[in-house]
Design a protein around this ligand. Structure first.
Ligand SMILES: [Zn+2]
Length: 295
């Protein structure tokens, strides 16, 4: 069983190295997306296969259903933001093609990615390789949905709400650059929201699975001054299918189990560190992103 060790005692030197890698990564990404990629506008709709619009509608409908069911004020606000401000985009060799006019100053693009988009060019192929379920790319104000991966309805809603929250944070308060800390702090905010959405969808059944996972983590965790370690994720817990529905793919299983694990670690850190837990959550996510090559 692998352990993930998180140290909060980062020296200035380590911090600088991490920052450099982060900037490099973002610059590289920004280079592809902001210079090679461009946003172009289509005068007609002939370049917009109905298919792509249908995909967006499926994701929005799935999210609407969940938002109506859970009656969470923040989820409602995020969904309304997405419905009001999103415009459809199609990936092309130059970047992204947009046919709709921006509906507001807070406009952003939703790009449903399909399997064949991998062949457009190397830059798009790179996004396929990043093993993400969705992402918000601020350089092209685009929320990318990995529709080529099969997801069940509830999970589509969770992914769209998560990325929609990132889109909302950016559009309402655009930033040039984020430090590693700011980047991870935003992730803590968004993951905390996602955790609540999952609890509201899953009710008591989800709470029982979560409690078990918190127990497992607490029994195997090590906390020493300035650092802690927690056990890594387990295989997909089949009980989760009774909560969120039958998973549509292995990637969905991995995503759901990882989400439960993160939720459980957050809960463990809150119990262990009380008011200090925010900082520990930031370091925990930072470690995950570093290991995943995102930072
Ligand atoms: Zn996120």
């Amino acid at each position: 069983m692998g352990f993930i060790r998180v140290s909060s005692l980062t020296t200035t030197k380590n911090e600088e190295v991490a920052m450099f890698r982060f900037r490099f990564y973002v610059c590289l990404f920004a280079f592809f997306l902001a210079t090679i990629f461009s946003v172009s506008y289509s005068s007609g709709t002939e370049n917009f296969p109905d298919e792509r619009d249908k995909i967006r509608k499926v994701w929005l409908d799935a999210t609407r259903t969940v938002v109506h069911r859970i009656r969470d004020q923040q989820a409602n606000k995020i969904f309304q933001f997405v419905e009001k401000n999103s415009i459809l985009g199609i990936p092309n060799e130059k970047g992204v093609l947009v046919a709709e006019d921006a509906k507001s100053a807070n406009w952003f693009i939703i790009i449903p990615l399909r399997e064949e988009d991998k062949k457009i060019n190397q830059e798009w192929a790179m996004i396929f390789e990043a093993s993400l379920v969705g992402c918000f790319v601020k350089e092209i104000r685009s929320l990318v949905l990995m529709d080529y991966i099969p997801f069940s309805s509830n999970i589509k809603a969770i992914v769209l709400l998560h990325e929609g929250y990132h889109a909302k944070i950016f559009c309402e308060n655009p930033y040039e650059e984020q430090s590693d800390y700011e980047y991870c702090l935003e992730e803590v905010r968004v993951c905390t929201f996602q955790n609540r959405v999952m609890s509201l969808i899953g009710g008591k059944k989800y709470q029982a699975i979560l409690n078990k996972e918190v127990k497992r983590i607490a029994s195997l965790a090590n906390v020493s001054k300035g650092s802690f370690s927690v056990p890594s994720r387990t295989e997909y817990n089949k009980e989760l299918a009774k909560v969120f529905g039958k998973p549509a793919s292995q990637i969905e299983k991995d995503f759901v189990q990882t989400s439960v694990w993160i939720h459980a670690v957050f809960t463990f850190l809150e119990k262990k560190f009380k008011k200090e837990s925010l900082k520990q959550k930031v370091f925990f996510l930072k470690k995950i992103y570093e290991e995943g090559g995102i930072l």
